[in-house]
Design a protein around this ligand. Structure first.
Ligand code: SF4
Length: 358
């Protein structure tokens, strides 16, 4: 049996709703480069069965920046970081509404409100709830996702009542490796928050961050942990080392390794929204379009504290692949690209914000 057939068999397993084994997961991660196209083709079959040719666009708003007491080593907003970033408390409602307007113009289906910190205070939640209600009233078709850290009793329910659709809290890495990248909260704290959000009726969004020094075993363990958690959407971040953070000197993973990780997550989570998140441009580089053969979702615009490519480049990539933006006709994405080039989306890439990982 050739390896090409083997990858097809994994795709059949995923399409049948069964789980590949940990050994098969390790084989995906260590696939020889000369089999990468076959692996991508098999994974793309699974993507196409569940998501067709659509690409979901998501827009990030860093609704509170910096000032975080936690020590996540990868994060430029942590207490350990000396990175030169913007620091501000929860934005007022008009600022939140203006960002939602930019999200709609950028063809985003989901508006992700991300706040730094261990978790929201009641006062912060009051303002966020007010902002969510205003966004939902102005843009009822725009999904709102909140990413606010660890939640206390009743907070997820308040967000749900305000109209929040999803809650994001990334597991980021395996339980074994977690203590090496953060000491102020645990892997299990994060698992509990996602379970709490899910129990409150919020769509669970939880993902990963790769390139921090984890082993293949950590990648496999995390992939199975996210499958067990039943995350509806899984953002896959690739580390962008930031000067002033403890992981500033981590070497890049390389684009082919990133693609194998995306294939693993697609094969293990066939129906999930797999989102290529932070580090897409830096780590996948010229292989970004191959990533979209497997993943079905990206952020449009910038990340939390790092830049993304121009939205018109994303629109062009989607169009060239023969894909469409979820919720929009292909022709509309061309119009949006032209609008962006004419300065119609709010004054350039710097006015759009998106995240790396929180
Ligand atoms: S990832 Fe979130 S909790 Fe961790 S340091 Fe950054 S803002 Fe704080």
């Amino acid at each position: 049996m050739t390896r090409t057939v083997e990858w097809d068999r994994l795709a059949e397993t995923a399409l049948d709703g069964r789980s590949i084994t940990p050994e098969e997961a390790r084989a995906v991660l260590t696939a020889p480069d000369d089999e990468l196209l076959s692996l991508l083709a098999a994974s793309a079959r699974v993507r196409r069965a569940h998501w067709g040719v659509t690409v979901k666009l998501n827009f990030l708003l860093n609704v509170k920046s910096g000032l975080c007491p936690e020590d996540c080593h990868y994060c430029s907003q942590s207490a350990l970081s000396t990175a030169d970033i913007a620091r501000y408390p929860i934005l007022p409602v008009p600022g939140i509404l203006a960002a939602a307007e930019r999200a709609v113009k950028a063809k985003a289906a989901r508006f992700c409100m991300v706040a730094s910190g261990r978790g929201p205070t009641e006062r912060e939640l009051d303002r966020l709830v007010e902002g969510v209600r205003a966004v939902r009233a102005a843009h009822p078709d725009l999904e709102v996702c909140a990413c606010l850290g660890l939640l206390r009793d009743g907070q997820a329910e308040r967000l749900r009542e305000a109209g929040v659709h999803a809650y994001n809290h990334n597991l980021n890495t395996s339980e074994r490796f977690y203590q090496e990248i953060c000491s102020t909260h645990t892997f299990q704290d994060r698992v509990a928050t996602i379970r709490h959000a899910k129990a409150a009726g919020l769509s669970p969004c939880s993902g990963a961050l790769f390139g921090m020094g984890e082993t293949d075993e950590d990648v496999v363990a995390l992939a199975f942990a996210l499958r067990a958690l039943g995350a509806d959407s899984i953002p896959i971040n690739f580390l962008v080392p930031i000067a002033g953070t403890p992981l500033a000197d981590r070497p890049a993973l390389g684009p082919r390794e990133c693609l194998k990780i995306l294939c693993l997550f697609r094969l293990l989570n066939p129906a999930a929204e797999i989102r290529i998140a932070g580090g897409r441009e830096v780590q996948l580089r010229w292989l970004q379009p191959f990533g979209l053969l497997v993943a079905n979702s990206i952020f449009v615009g910038d990340y939390l504290t790092t830049k993304g490519q121009l939205p018109e480049a994303d629109f062009a990539m989607i169009r060239d692949l023969g894909f469409t933006i979820l919720g929009h006709e292909a022709a509309e994405s061309e119009c949006a690209a032209e609008l962006w080039m004419a300065g119609g989306l709010g004054g350039g890439a710097g006015s759009l914000t998106k995240r790396q990982s929180a």
